[in-house]
Write a new protein. Structure first.
Length: 513
């Protein structure tokens, strides 16, 4: 392999990507997670593919091509969000771009390797959901579905290229730091959309043939319309079925988009724009008198904690990501029951979601307040006692979570009084316990590393903190439904809290608040 060539640099990029993946997670964990996701994707797609056995015949019926196009367009937003997320890392977070572009390597080779590396990351992300289509096609005797592989290659290149260009615009408008935050939120929303898209068959009920529904929907593409199945618009999507010309057009089109992206990045670098923090400098604030007002120490502590959280959009995005991760669970609780929604008592389901949601939010805020504390020495030398500082961090984490959970719980009371009361009580208990667990696991780290594995502190206590909202949530559901098993989960939840307390005492941590 020639040194300085695109394949040589691309091999280095992929090696760095692998190190980034395995830096915080063991390879065995990644492998098991990938196998699990593939297994779930196979189970979801098996029912859909079985209902399409009569649709995907040889030669392909006209309805199959628009179906493939709609499927690709369905995952396209998630691919774009993933591309943007990885592009921010490739262009800015790694911090080696200036070194590479100042080396004897051509800038087009540098940016070309970055685009392909981002495309590889997108391929892995989308492949976990799309590649099972090919394997299921082999199981059902439909080998033309192996065209999902070249389709995925083309889609990954396009998403990576567009993601790089969007990142370039975001950085020019917002700066690298805010662009990173926006990219993570885009990825989170894209993941939610992809999950909800997989639940489309649930809207039609268990007794509805999903394949028949799709065929009826595609019957609206009547001959003579712009989107008629024989239209050239659908030609690139024929690659899904290993159509020779369609596959060639899809790959060539994706290559053209990638070349345009590399050219645009190269031009931006050559002109010195778009690849650095281009935010306008803030105007200096005019000097004036500092006004001190009489406030209690607790008020000052609360204002300090909340102001530090609001100043860091990256940490806010991390909190929002943890909250958004519960949206798919809420959907499964409320909209995938076997009974119609009108006959389904969603009070217990709302109770468990409220408890888990608020507990997770309180835990995330407590990690920011405790782990991200960068003025510990200043607080220790202040005239405020350590216990009052702990109470300030406790309240700073609890108030936002309870401000969300208490109104929801009161709303549940009007629909299901028992479930509402359970939600209200266990939401308060859950939030208090998880915040105390974090206070008993004092570890400090750079604010940018608050949510990384290296900032967990005592691993056992951190795991207990993570599982606690789940066990309290299960207990809330069982209590709301009147199950005797609720006693067992209440005891388990209290036991987890007791273990965290005992470990803190054994490590010499001051547990007084």
């Amino acid at each position: 392999m020639i040194r300085g060539s695109l394949p040589w640099l691309l091999r280095h990029e992929l090696r760095v990507r692998w190190r980034e993946l395995t830096g915080e997670t063991k390879p065995s964990t990644l492998l098991l997670a990938g196998i699990g996701i593939l297994a779930v994707a196979h189970m979801i797609l098996w029912g859909i593919a079985g209902s399409l056995r009569d649709v995907l015949t040889t030669p392909l019926p006209p309805a199959a091509v628009p179906l493939a196009g709609l499927a690709v367009l369905l995952v396209f937003p998630f691919g774009i969000a993933t591309g943007v997320n990885h592009a921010v890392v490739a262009l800015f977070d790694r911090g080696d771009l200036d070194l590479l572009v100042s080396s004897p390597l051509g800038s087009r080779i540098v940016f070309g390797s970055r685009v392909v590396a981002v495309a590889a990351s997108v391929f892995v992300g989308l492949g976990l959901f799309m590649l099972p289509i090919g394997s299921i096609g082999l199981m059902l005797g439909i080998p033309q579905l192996l065209g999902v592989v070249p389709t995925l290659v083309a889609l990954s290149l396009v998403c990576a290229s567009i993601g790089m260009l969007i990142t370039l615009l975001l950085v020019r408008w917002l700066g690298p730091r805010r662009a990173r935050t926006v990219a993570q939120l885009l990825a989170a929303f894209g993941g939610m959309l992809l999950f909800l898209a997989t639940q489309v068959p649930a809207f039609f009920g268990d007794e509805t043939d999903f394949g028949e529904v799709i065929v009826n929907a595609l019957s609206h593409f009547q001959p003579g319309a712009a989107l008629v199945p024989d239209s050239l618009v659908w030609l690139p999507f024929r690659s899904m079925f290993l159509h020779p010309l369609g596959t060639l057009v899809a790959l060539a089109g994706a290559g053209l988009v990638a070349w345009l992206a590399v050219t645009t990045l190269h031009t931006s670098f050559a002109r010195g724009v778009g690849l650095s923090d281009t935010r306008r400098a803030r105007r200096p604030v005019a000097e004036g008198h500092v006004r001190f007002t009489e406030r209690g120490a607790m008020t000052v502590l609360l204002r300090k904690e909340w102001k530090l959280i609001l100043r860091d959009p990256y940490l806010l995005s991390q909190v929002l990501l943890q909250v958004l991760a519960l949206v798919p669970a809420g959907y499964l609780l409320f909209f995938t029951g076997s009974a119609p929604l009108g006959d389904l008592d969603i009070g217990p389901a709302l109770a468990v979601l409220t408890v888990v949601l608020c507990g997770t939010l309180a835990s995330a805020l407590a990690r920011i307040a405790v782990v991200g504390e960068e003025a510990g020495d200043l607080l220790a030398s202040s005239p405020v006692g350590a216990s009052r500082v702990k109470r300030g961090k406790l309240l700073a984490s609890l108030v936002p979570a309870l401000a969300l959970g208490v109104p929801i719980s009161i709303g549940i009371i009007f629909q299901s009084p028992v479930a509402g009361v359970v939600a209200l009580l266990l939401t308060i208990v859950t939030c208090v316990t998880v915040v105390l667990m974090r206070l008993w696991n004092p570890v400090t780290s750079a604010r940018r590393d608050v949510f990384k594995r290296t900032s967990m502190g005592d691993l056992v206590t951190a795991l207990l903190e993570g599982f606690s909202p789940i066990t309290w949530g299960i207990a809330a559901y069982l209590l709301a439904t009147g199950s005797v098993w609720s006693v067992g989960f209440l005891v388990l939840s209290v036991a987890l809290f007791g273990i965290a307390f005992a470990r803190a005492r054994a490590r010499g941590v001051d547990v007084a608040v």
